[in-house]
Design a protein around this ligand. Structure first.
Ligand code: F0G
Length: 356
């Protein structure tokens, strides 16, 4: 048996690395692409889910971070810096720890999920809570990297996009070609850009016969690309994509035009409903930002924009354990209180509705 070696080693011929590159990896990539029969039944399409929560720190960020930190080390950097809504900070912290360097991360105060905050702390990042939003954090990180000896590992760093394009390679390997439609959450639009690049390279290499139409989704309260202008105070329960001025905006519009793609906005209640559908009917638990791919599919399907039998891939970007509070809340906002039972078989059988 053979162990998956992480995306740099697995795709060395398709990334800018040499035999001398000091690879920093935690075994990222090689994530499951799972058929989702319940979503296929609901939409009449052939739906697959790329479960990126299965990466080492629980999100797709690891694919880009392995290359970004590898390159930082190759260039002699001792400190990497990133702005983050949570997942990037968790990933940067873990890869920096593995490399024996420092991660400095800027996050919006009080606005990132507890799981992600604890990851950054666990991996000993210098975590600073900025009294501003994510867009402020990114401006600060870029300015710091321009002025001080710190290496920026946000997705404005092309190494991040390069590493993340490998997810598209994996999809094509499993399906034998690109899908017809690809649904993906959008924050900075780095991942939307990365998948488009990966598919484009697969077509050029003869691995795929076509590009999928790239369908990206933002939360309604944080939908600058859909609205066509920055959002000053972005709001959504999907904290990972609470972004008002996406870093890869221009690249994303190019990718949309190249693939005959689409950007849509989804309300928070639909995001939570989709999260529940995915966890209860498919068995995959994702954080709210990731569930927007599912919500987007259901919305586009209801709008008649998903042809029957179309092959559809949904990227779900982060694990549900990162931000578990939403699963413990009912749609009416009340808290779920699991039933308490005595140490008594008959009483438990009764509660479970079992009869001998
Ligand atoms: N899904 C999750 C779970 C994310 O954490 C992010 C971005 C996205 C989707 C959107 O990806 O920015 O490439 O369009 N999170 C960043 C962070 C901003 O700091 O962790 P994108």
């Amino acid at each position: 048996s053979r162990q998956w070696r992480g995306v740099i080693r697995e795709y060395a011929d398709r990334l800018d690395v040499t035999d001398a590159t000091p690879i920093v990896t935690l075994g990222e990539g090689g994530t499951p692409l799972l058929p989702a029969p319940a979503l296929s039944r609901r939409t009449g399409a052939d739906v697959w889910v790329k479960f990126e929560g299965m990466n080492p720190t629980g999100s797709f960020k690891d694919r880009g971070m392995t290359l970004a930190v590898t390159k930082a080390v190759e260039h002699g950097a001792k400190v990497v810096i990133a702005a983050s809504t949570g997942n990037t900070s968790a990933s940067a912290a873990a890869y920096a720890a593995h490399a024996g360097i420092t991660a400095a991360v800027l996050v919006p105060e009080g606005r990132i999920a507890m799981g992600k905050l604890s990851q950054a702390i666990a991996h000993n990042a210098k975590l600073l809570q900025v009294q501003g939003n994510f867009d402020d954090c990114l401006d600060l990180a870029r300015e710091l990297a321009a002025t001080y000896p710190v290496h920026l590992v946000n997705s404005v760093n092309n190494d991040r996009i390069e590493g993340q394009k490998t997810a598209a390679f994996e999809v094509v390997e499993v399906l034998g070609d690109a899908p017809d439609l690809h649904f993906i959450p959008v924050g900075n639009a780095g991942n939307y850009t990365a998948y488009t690049r990966g598919y484009r390279e697969d077509v050029a290499a003869g691995n795929a016969t076509r590009m999928p139409r790239m369908f990206g989704f933002q939360a309604s309260g944080s939908a600058p690309i859909v609205r066509g202008e920055p959002v000053k105070n972005p709001e959504t329960i999907a904290s990972a994509i609470r972004i008002g001025n996406p870093a890869s905006w221009e690249l994303a519009l190019q990718a949309r035009d190249e693939t005959d793609g689409y950007f849509g906005a989804i309300d928070d209640d639909k995001i939570l409903e989709a999260q529940r559908i995915l966890s209860t009917e498919v068995g995959i638990f994702v954080e709210p930002a990731s569930a927007i791919s599912v919500a987007g599919l259901l919305e586009r399907s209801a709008a008649g924009a998903v042809p029957s039998g179309a092959r559809v891939v949904l990227t779900v970007t982060g694990h549900g354990l990162k931000d578990p509070q939403w699963a413990l809340r009912l749609p009416d906002g009340s808290e779920v209180k699991p039933t308490v039972v005595p140490v008594d078989v008959v009483a438990i059988a009764q509660v479970l509705g079992l009869s001998a």
